[in-house]
Design a protein around this ligand. Structure first.
Ligand code: DAT
Ligand code: MG
Length: 148
């Protein structure tokens, strides 16, 4: 098992609904290490780059409007197996299919308002964290964090 980086983003609905603390708390309690965090208004170009794999989908314009509709919370998280584990904590894309106990399963009902993003592979984790050079990423923070 390798130490990985993942990019987690609380989407505008999560920020507006006051779920920032709740969501951060779940990653902290799990034992992962927070390496960067910023409240950020995502420009359209960055949103389009971030979701470029979905460009051909009919929902793409709506997705870009949603992600740019208000501030998001950008975060880097680090840990052994963090990419897959974060996806488990987040739950299925459609919140109605997400298990209770997951963020989407507990806190959301609509695919288009599913409160949080998590990288889907270690490579995308690296790509998306580079993408977010818009915020300060403190990769060499002290070692006082509990790691699992
Ligand atoms: P995930 O966010 O679980 O990685 P994804 O990468 O397939 O899911 O899609 C990115 C986002 O796009 C997703 O969180 C919400 C939106 N989306 C995906 N499928 C959709 C659909 N069928 N209708 C509307 N929005 C959709
Ligand atoms: Mg995805």
């Amino acid at each position: 098992e390798e130490v990985e980086q993942t990019y987690i983003m609380i989407k505008p609905d999560g920020v507006q609904r006051g779920l920032v603390g709740e969501i951060i708390s779940r990653f902290e309690r799990k034992g992962f290490k927070l390496t960067g965090l910023k409240l950020f208004q995502c420009p359209k170009e960055l949103a389009e780059e971030h979701y470029k794999d979905l460009q051909s989908k009919t929902f793409f314009p709506k997705l870009i409007d949603y992600i740019t509709s208000g501030p998001v919370v950008c975060m880097g998280w680090e840990g052994v197996g963090v990419v897959a584990s974060a996806r488990k904590l987040i739950g299925a894309t459609n919140p109605l299919n997400a298990e209770p106990g997951t963020i989407r399963g507990d806190l959301a009902v609509q695919t288009g308002r599913n409160v949080v993003h998590g990288s889907d592979s270690p490579d995308n984790g690296k790509r998306e964290i580079v993408w977010s050079s818009a915020f300060e990423l403190l990769l060499d923070m002290n070692e006082t964090y509990i790691r699992i």
